[in-house]
Design a protein around this ligand. Sequence first.
Ligand code: FRU
Length: 539
Amino acid sequence: MKRFYYSKFMLLMICVSLFHNCKNKSTESQKIETKADKVAYSEEELYRPNFHFTPKKAWMNDPNGMFYYNGYYHLYFQYYPDGNVWGPMHWGHAVSSDMVTWKEMPIAIYPDEKGYIFSGSAVVDVNNTSGFGKGGGEPIIAMFTYHDMDGEKSGKTDYQSQAIAYSLDEGQTFTKYSENPVIKNPGMKDFRDPKIVWDSIHEKWLMVLAAGQKIMFYSSSNLKDWKLESDFGNGIGAHGGVWECPDFFPMAVQGTDEVKWVLFVSINPGGPNGGSATQYFVGDFDGKQFSIDPSFENDLNNSEHKSIWIDYGRDNYAGVTWANIPDTDGRKLFLGWMSNWNYAQEVPTETWRSAMTIARAVELQKIDSSYRLLFQPVKEIASYRSTKFKEDSIIVNGNTKLIDSKLMDLSSTEINFKISDLEDSGFTFSLTNKFGDSLAFGYNTNDKNFFVDRRQSGKTGFSEKFADRVSLAKRTSDNPDFSGTIIIDKTSIELFFDDGETVMTEIFFPNTPFDKLSIEPKKKEFFLDHIEIHKLNFN
Ligand code: FRU
């Protein structure tokens, strides 16, 4: 029976993976598919990322419902298929076998008379606690917020409620539960974005929900009946905007048996460099109540923005982690929406709008007496490495060209570097092109800030808020050496400094692709111990 449920999906997946593995062998059907993609992409060739996920057409925002099953990472997303700005929300769908290259699938959940389908999550109900599985199959349960637009327009306050839907074909199609909503609105305007996790410590389903300026914690044994346990957030963390898209999960502190609970809370506006951003909290959970770790709370109070952020760049929002990653893998895997509500609907792309970040592996480390999350691009990216440029021991005492497009196309690149002897200086990397556009990023010793400066990066005038400032992130590590990983696509940069302790993600729209990368000191010379630049090949 189980085979019966899954057979159609598996067939489709086998076709997808055959296509992926046999790209160079030409058969009629492969040619047609490639051609169709090129036609759809041609208008936007300049700004369509080479590998970050974008929908073929139309508007996208938050990632939703991410789970892993049977060899595939599923990614759903807030999607309005009929326009290039936000509109009636659907759940679009994409799948990947490695979280790096994605195949867009048909829309998974459509809005209906109860409302738009807002953000939410999905889990694999391995023990069929919901009873939706038939004949031994493992159902996938999605939980989302219904947003009743008519209700909102007519001045009601209870227009958001929580609902579920189940899939018996590995997440390809969903059936909405007949008894929806499963959680009614208690009279709060902002009451949304349910994220479910299986709590193996207390053996129950947990769900976190953003409710105004708080997170509400619920529990359930069957994913249908939910009990409110507690809330969190009063007077803690950043409150410059509405709280949205939480995530909550236990994590072992790296190299120990200590388990802590991590809570993500997206906030818009109120991010450290303007607009949307995601803060996190580390603490303990007794099965009912989350309490922040005192040393972490102390760090928050001493931090510049009363919070600690998973990313200090302006383009990583509403990110959450994948469900059902096998124990044999054991990683916590994350992905976010690579834009910002400050300007997302105005960026200079027409047929499609917005991309997702690269998927990232998250680790929890004990640093001094407190805790920090470390983010790194998933290791799967390494299998796309092709041409490599490598240099060791360069003394940088002026503007030094590292690479240009004669040597390597810079629009899909992974860079790893290590710098020492920085002393009273700082370093600036610059991506430039023949139009004089430049994107600068690096570190300034004077104020101990990492920075990204996109003020001269090309098209910036579509929104006043896009290039109004240099984005800054205070360095927290006291390592005398600086190391980092940089992921560059045509219109984005993702910076993972100090092993991912400080992350910055930003998008940009140059008039023509950047074709030169150079590095220079802020003041005094320094030592570039090592740099490795890998071209990533997606052909
Ligand atoms: C976050 C968000 C969510 C909401 C969704 C609507 O970007 O505002 O809170 O569910 O977008 O598309």
